[in-house]
Design a protein around this ligand. Structure first.
Ligand code: 4GX
Length: 251
């Protein structure tokens, strides 16, 4: 069994503790499918004030995370698992934007993944140069720290590890797998405040249900994220349905 494993380095481990100890991530850890260790960078400072940041050389606003505690932390993480290989990832807005393909790649990673979370404005450049293998961003906006980004990366990768989602949950693993948006879903009651569940879903005709869902996925994607259609895996039938949807929407 290839276990997905993260070592998260942060000044605020408390930000991650709650989410990692709930629901599917908690169960994945208990099942031994997901390894997670939190390391507080402050524990690797050596001065009496436990100083992890300092003002920038050259003078500008904000603080910069000092290199020494981060180097010591990463050296200790690596020393604690001799013979293991590591991939060190820095979360930052300068990184490559993390998407479903990125989540799949990390979910198959056999190296232990070190997630380095910066707080404050910046991190000393020598950390990036000497320790970081790759830089990931979860999107084009600025967070107060890398911790929430690390959680997003862990969550999106972990749910793709076989066995992490139960049988009932695993079907929805595919919703982005084919590059299309999800179709609408319904549960009981069959009529709610005058709104009926589409007849086809009650029909028991699985071929018709499959076709309806595919059509609704294509409709949602065309309407909300047409850019995804460029890279989605589309069949000849899909293209015909899309032409129909475009024609109908002009009426
Ligand atoms: N996707 N941030 C990191 C501090 C920082 C700055 C530079 C290292 C280098 C973010 C994002 C994000 C804000 C986390 C700045 N650390 N991280 N932080 N978007 O905005 O991942």
């Amino acid at each position: 069994m290839n276990k997905l494993s993260f070592d998260v380095l942060t000044l605020f481990p408390g930000i991650l503790e709650g989410p990692l100890n709930e629901s599917i991530l908690k169960r994945a850890r208990e099942k031994g499918l997901l390894g997670l260790r939190l390391w507080n960078i402050r524990d690797f400072t050596e001065d009496k004030h436990q100083k992890a940041d300092d003002s920038p050389y050259g003078g500008e606003a904000g603080m910069v995370m000092k290199p020494e505690p981060i180097f010591r932390a990463i050296e200790q993480v690596k020393a604690a698992a001799p013979g293991e290989r590591f991939l060190t990832v820095l979360l930052s807005p300068q990184g490559k934007v993390f998407d479903h393909a990125g989540a799949e790649r990390l979910s198959r990673e056999t190296r232990r993944i070190i997630l380095l979370c910066g707080h404050y404005e910046a991190i000393d450049e020598r950390v990036r140069q000497m320790l970081v293998d790759e830089e990931l961003s979860i999107g084009d906006y600025v967070l107060t720290g890398g911790e929430l980004a690390a959680l997003v990366v862990i969550d999106a990768a972990a749910r793709l590890v076989p066995g992490v989602l139960g049988d009932d949950e695993s079907a929805y693993r595919d919703s982005f797998g084919d590059g299309l948006l999800d179709h609408p879903h319904y549960t009981r009651p069959a009529e709610f405040r005058g709104r009926k569940v589409p007849e086809v879903l009650l029909s028991g005709n699985h071929d018709a249900i499959w076709k309806w869902r595919r059509r609704e996925s294509l409709r949602a994607t065309l309407l909300k994220r047409p850019d995804l259609l460029e890279t989605a895996g589309l069949t000849e039938d899909d293209r015909k349905v899309l032409e129909e949807l475009k024609r109908d929407s002009k009426l």
